[in-house]
Design a binder for this molecule. Structure first.
Ligand code: ATP
Length: 513
């Protein structure tokens, strides 16, 4: 665990040191769970968004994109269920004044029981060696059976109290389990309260005429309210998709773990409208397709797993998460939900406007069902960034830090480096940069020894460095250095653009989806 925390700390400080992510308004000591993307961070973030956008919209004939406003009519959130159901139960510790999600305190307690079970299994496996039969051991060992029973009875009680909104039972459960505040160690708790996660604001100049608005907690509703506009103007036939990326806001009770859980974040969502009855088939299709999208980036497959939901959100009849192995363990990266006709039906009721699809074949109208894929751009950034972060010990015993980002996502694709700041080398390097900059994000660096410049480029994940040396001026050749292998090859300057196009060909990546 200490090692995991260590890596996570290194990832966070690397992100800051190299201009990827800064705490927001840092000169005022930052703002909790709000972050700014720096000069390299914004490029990486844009590239991730682009990879998603192109794979959805450019590569699918029947998916279109939109950009809906963040402000929406307040009735939107009544229809979507967010006013009534987008709550988390919170509890405060009176001594530390720290705020917690009451359900998470109980879940953490259950996790501790699970860790105890694992410890018993590890001990026994060591003791019995080759002869160890895990299944038999866990089903017969009395200690483990007791732990399991305890965990499942707590889980059941938690589920019931959440389902029935029984906040006083949730508090009793915390008290009975003698859960203490991780900060103060005390059990001096307030009552449990429901807390709505939407941020409120006002629209309008005077207090009499202004109306209460919410900052959208998800981008999806902008798609639902525009469903008919798009279907009609785009002459879309089922099944078809509408995609969008944009900011979402949630007043998370406990926002930690860097950009994993923020209060202002960005989502990339796609709603796929299908004929009722076919939703299971499309749900399976999108599960497979989205996993393939993740795999296409070349990050090791064992970092991903599905977590199918047993407890379903108010709008879903099937749901799964694609979980990713972040430095702090497997956590949700993307959600795939079969949302039924919940949203369109409720918008129809509240707006009194028909939101139905006219099927020209059957000559009938109906409300389509929806499969949603929803991924946090910032979480995807953290997944890509943390899995790319490597500390390598080189043959000469020196250490290098390298971001082994997928080339297609790297903020800077090529760095052009004149070996010296004289003898016509900067001029030639600038000429090469001027030719490449139309097609690629290229940077130029002439400060310090070339070895240090290579390290700087490694640290931000630049796949290729082109070095201009004295030989370049004589025979019009340069070296190209590969970030991962650190091998260099000498090529003619005339062939540089073509070679870079081959090496950085985007189709190679998209073909894997
Ligand atoms: P969690 O269980 O982690 O709170 P969620 O189930 O509420 O997430 P969804 O409502 O399904 O999340 O949102 C879709 C995606 O948006 C998530 O998979 C995640 O990648 C991203 N996301 C949700 N909340 C946040 C947040 N506070 N900060 C950053 N990304 C978020």
């Amino acid at each position: 665990m200490a090692e995991k925390n260590d890596i996570f700390k290194k990832v966070i400080s690397h992100a800051k040191e190299y201009g990827f992510v800064f705490p927001s308004s840092e000169i005022y000591d930052g703002l909790n769970a709000v972050y700014d993307y720096g000069q390299n961070g914004v490029l990486l973030k844009n590239n991730i968004r682009d990879y998603w956008w192109k794979s959805m919209i450019q590569l699918n004939k029947n998916i279109v994109g939109i950009d809906a406003a963040i402000f929406m009519h307040p009735k939107t959130w009544k229809a979507s269920g967010h006013i009534d159901a987008f709550n988390d139960p919170l509890i405060d510790n009176k001594d530390s004044k720290k705020r917690y999600r009451a359900d998470v305190l109980v879940e953490d307690y259950i996790k501790k029981i699970e860790q105890k079970i694992q410890k018993e299994i590890d001990k026994a496996s060591k003791r019995f060696g080759k002869d160890f039969n895990k299944e038999q051991f866990t089903s017969t060992n009395s200690k483990i059976i007791n732990y399991k029973n305890k965990a499942s009875s707590i889980t059941n009680r938690l589920d019931i109290s959440l389902k029935e909104d029984d906040l006083s039972d949730l508090k009793s459960l915390i008290e009975e389990l003698e859960i203490a505040c991780p900060e103060s160690g005390s059990r001096n708790w307030t009552d449990v309260k429901q807390f709505n996660l939407m941020f409120g604001t006002k629209l309008g100049a005077s207090s009499e005429s202004s109306i209460d608005l919410f900052l959208r907690p998800e981008t999806a509703q902008g798609i639902f309210v525009n469903f008919l506009n798009i279907q009609k103007t785009g002459r879309m036939k089922l099944p078809f998709g509408i995609a969008q990326t944009g900011k979402a806001f949630r007043n998370e009770i406990v926002a930690r773990q860097f950009i994993f859980r923020m209060r202002e974040f960005e989502q990339m969502e796609m709603q796929y409208f299908v004929t009722p009855g076919t939703q299971k088939e499309w749900y399976d299709y999108w599960k497979k397709t989205r996993l393939k999208w993740h795999y296409s980036l070349g990050i090791a497959k064992e970092n991903y797993r599905f977590h199918d939901h047993e407890k379903l959100a108010h709008y879903a009849d099937l749901a799964t998460d694609i979980e990713f192995k972040f430095p702090f363990g497997f956590k949700e990266l993307e959600g795939i939900h079969s949302r039924t006709d919940f949203d369109l039906l409720n918008h129809e009721k509240l707006s009194s406007k028909k939101l139905q699809y006219f099927d020209t074949e059957s000559n009938q109208r109906h409300i389509p069902y929806v499969i949603e894929t929803s991924i946090g751009l910032d979480r995807m950034f953290l997944a890509v960034f943390s899995s790319a972060f490597k500390e390598e010990l080189l043959e000469d015993e020196t250490k290098r830090i390298v971001l082994k980002l997928p080339n297609i996502l790297a903020p800077i694709k090529i760095a052009v480096l004149p070996l010296l700041k004289k003898d016509g080398l900067p001029e030639l390097a600038n000429k090469i940069l001027d030719e490449l900059k139309w097609d690629f994000m290229v940077s130029y660096d002439e400060k310090d020894a070339v070895g240090r410049r290579y390290r700087r480029q490694d640290a931000i994940g630049t796949p290729y460095c082109i070095t201009v040396d004295h030989q370049s001026v004589k025979d019009y050749t340069v070296t190209i250095r590969d970030r991962d292998s650190m091998q260099q090859e000498r090529i003619s300057i005339r062939g540089v653009t073509k070679i870079m196009h081959e090496k950085l060909d985007q189709k190679k990546w998209f073909n894997k989806i």
